[in-house]
Design a protein around this ligand. Structure first.
Ligand code: AMP
Length: 282
């Protein structure tokens, strides 16, 4: 694996490598890599001829500065894991490389209602920050395929929208890959590293309430099921941002289910300082 830190160097490397029929697959991450990230690399390698992973902890997507400061960093192990997974290129840009002119006067992206609901509502500015960094990374890497995790369901929708705004819908194939879970069901996340042993055991409840919703949902009024799920989490000491059951297409909240519409259940909740998110399609 080669490690590349600048856009110019990356451009030269890709040009040198590229032959006709090359399929460039890209997995953007913020590091602190776990098996979930590696599963994206595996899929990327299967579906591409050249695999690129980026690690960049993007300051503009953290609405809470403390969350940014405490974001885990495990670069040495990340490099080992990517090597072992057979990734071809690790792109490790500096803040200056991504934001040469800073971000004070950064442009805004029209994300429609996606910005006002769920993660958009509880993390103001978060998706604008995601779009800033992903737009820049896509310009630099120019991939044919982009591999994202369903773990960040709404983010996948935002990035699909960004690609539309960039006019690159025909050029970039977005692949949404399944969420990898620990054996007890907890969705893998870099933020899990910040949980102590007791919190880690409790954290599994998020996936359990999602399964409860999946198992118990029936056509008709489903608002009671959502409140029960939120109540169970609150009883166990979670600070719940939302428990939502929404249309898979556009994340419109669903309270009365006709039994046909394709749904996704989504949860965001804090365990002490650590904010966890998860979702399940129903
Ligand atoms: P992050 O480093 O958290 O920005 O995540 C980088 C990519 O990995 C995103 O596309 C995430 O959705 C994806 N990802 C994070 N956790 C998981 C997981 N447990 N399973 C699969 N993909 C994941």
């Amino acid at each position: 694996m080669v490690i590349i830190k600048s856009q110019t160097e990356l451009g030269k490397w890709i040009e040198r490598q590229s032959k006709t029929g090359e399929i460039l697959g890209f997995v953007p991450t913020m590091g602190a890599l776990h098996a979930g990230h590696i599963s994206l690399i595996d899929t990327c390698r299967k579906e591409s001829t050249l695999s690129i992973c980026s690690i960049f902890v993007n300051p503009t997507q953290f609405n809470d500065p403390k969350d940014f400061e405490k974001y885990p960093s495990t670069l040495e192990t990340d490099i080992d894991r990517l090597e072992a997974a057979g990734c071809d290129i690790l792109f490790l840009p500096s803040i200056k490389e991504i934001y040469p002119d800073g971000w004070e006067k950064a442009k805004r992206f029209d994300l429609g209602n996606l910005e006002n609901i769920l993660e958009g509502k509880f993390r103001p500015g978060h998706f604008q920050g995601v779009c800033l960094v992903v737009e820049r990374l896509l310009q630099i890497v120019a991939p044919d395929k982009l591999f994202l995790g369903q773990k960040d369901y709404q983010q996948c929708m935002v990035i699909a929208r960004l690609i539309e705004i960039m006019g690159k819908k025909e050029e970039i194939d977005v692949r949404v890959c399944p969420t990898l879970r620990e054996s007890d069901g907890l969705a893998m996340s870099s933020r899990n590293m910040r949980l102590n042993a007791e919190e880690r055991n409790r954290a599994v409840l998020i996936s359990r309430v999602l399964k409860m919703i999946r198992d118990q949902i029936k056509p008709g009024d489903i608002s009671g099921l959502k409140s029960t799920a939120a109540f169970i989490l609150a009883e166990e000491g979670f600070r719940v941002d939302y428990v939502s059951v929404a249309s898979r297409e556009d994340l419109r909240e669903v309270d009365i289910w006709d039994g046909n519409e394709k749904l996704v259940a989504l949860v965001a909740a804090f365990l002490n300082e650590v904010r966890l998110i998860d979702n399940m399609t129903l």
